[in-house]
Design a protein around this ligand. Structure first.
Ligand code: PMP
Ligand code: GLN
Length: 386
């Protein structure tokens, strides 16, 4: 293994899913739903495959999907992108993020990002030879435990070598949805220091209560310095379909596109056509899914609280963060490794998503994107164990 990747082993999501499978546990670790996406989407893909849509799509993706993505982005957020040059289809958001970082970050460039951080960011920054500059999100007792950043800490993390800032909102694993004011603080720093923003918006549709997703690209001066990434996996409950998109000004998208030609070349074909239809036709399904997830959040949060966990209420995503200290535990990795064997439940220790591990030692993430009876069973098991 090359030196710059030696800091990485098996990802935490793979490890916890493996432990869950080995022990027959309920898997509230890796975030994937246990119900299917809309029928029309599944049938649309199957139909296309049977009709022979089985050869390489164009490099940048099917024009139908690029068009649907651009129209949807314009309708919901007022952001205009040219489907030919400013939208690009990738193998999941993961490949879009990787291609963007590899295409835009030089060796030695610094990348500012919020921790806890989704694991692929650290991996691709290392691949690019970049340097991570993490800024902590911490629970604010005045905001009901909502995780947020300190503007002075963010300012202090930016220096002359900073090239990029990565903003994931709605945020995995904390569930924070960044507010317009928070985005404006980030935007101002991007303008002042001439930074590129990479936004990971894969949970854009999954926001709860009165939280609404606002893309960083909508803030003043940001459209032309932001590469936005999203994907179909979470929106339509098809995480295995690995179909994502990169949206941004032509020069930034071209950078990602140049790299991606040699990573995956192109992405699946039939699925792209089915997803294009669903983006246009399944907005009601997505809204109902959002409401169902909000109820699941409440259900699991109440159960975990009852079991003795400290629970931080997420505003979006599939995940709820918990503090294990009220139960008398202090090390989330230790607890998460023990839970499958002892309690029959898998979760994800947040600590592995931090550079400053002390910040997240006591935090464990549970996924609530599961059927109600599965959530209830998990709570019974956790209550018995805790
Ligand atoms: N970003 C975040 C924050 C995620 O949680 C995930 C995983 N679901 C991804 C990116 C990857 O998305 P995809 O499966 O489309 O590659
Ligand atoms: N995004 C999913 C999660 O956060 C997992 C994706 C993966 O396994 N890499 O749980």
């Amino acid at each position: 293994l090359v030196a710059r990747m030696r800091q990485f082993g098996e990802t935490i999501f793979a490890e916890m899913s493996r432990l869950a499978a080995e022990t027959g546990s309920i898997n509230l670790g890796q975030g994937f739903p246990d119900t299917d996406g809309p029928r029309s989407l599944l049938q649309g893909a199957a139909r296309r495959i049977e009709q022979g849509v089985n050869q390489y799509p164009p490099g940048p993706g099917r024009v139908e999907l690029r068009g649907a993505v651009a129209a949807d982005r314009a309708r919901r957020y007022g952001l205009e992108y040219d489907p030919d040059t400013e939208v690009y289809i990738t193998v999941g958001a993961t490949a879009g993020i990787a291609a963007s970082v590899l295409g835009l970050v030089e060796p030695g460039d610094e990348v500012v990002l919020f921790e806890p951080m989704y694991d692929s960011y650290a991996g691709v920054i290392a691949l690019a030879g970049g340097v991570r500059r993490p800024v902590a999100l911490r629970p604010d007792p005045d905001q009901g435990g909502r995780f947020r950043f300190d503007a002075d800490e963010l300012r202090a993390a930016i220096g002359p070598r900073t090239r990029m800032i990565i903003v994931n909102s709605p945020h995995n694993p904390t569930g924070t949805v960044f507010t317009p004011d928070e985005l404006d603080v980030i935007a101002e720093l991007c303008r002042e220091h001439d930074l590129i923003a990479l936004t990971d918006e894969v949970y854009e549709h999954l926001t709860f209560d009165d939280a609404a997703h606002v893309p960083l690209a909508t803030r003043a001066g940001m459209r032309d310095r932001t590469v936005a990434v999203s994907s179909a996996g979470k929106t339509f409950s098809v995480t295995a379909w690995k179909t994502g998109w990169v949206m941004g000004p032509e020069p930034l998208v071209r950078a990602a596109r140049t790299v991606n030609q040699f990573l995956t070349f192109t992405a699946n074909g039939a699925l792209q056509l089915a997803i294009a239809d669903a983006i246009r036709d399944e907005t009601e399904w997505v809204a109902a899914q959002r409401d169902a997830l909000q109820r699941k959040r409440d259900r699991l949060a109440a159960g975990l609280r009852e079991a003795g966990f400290g629970v931080m209420r997420p505003q979006g995503t599939y995940f709820v963060m918990t503090d294990i200290r009220p139960l008398g535990y202090s090390d989330g990795i230790e607890l998460a490794r023990a839970l499958p064997g002892r309690a029959g439940v898998a979760a994800v220790p947040a600590q592995v998503l931090y550079d400053n591990v002390a910040e997240g030692r006591h935090l464990v993430r549970f996924a609530f994107c599961k059927r109600d009876e599965v959530l209830d069973d998990a709570v019974i098991r956790l209550t018995r164990y805790a």
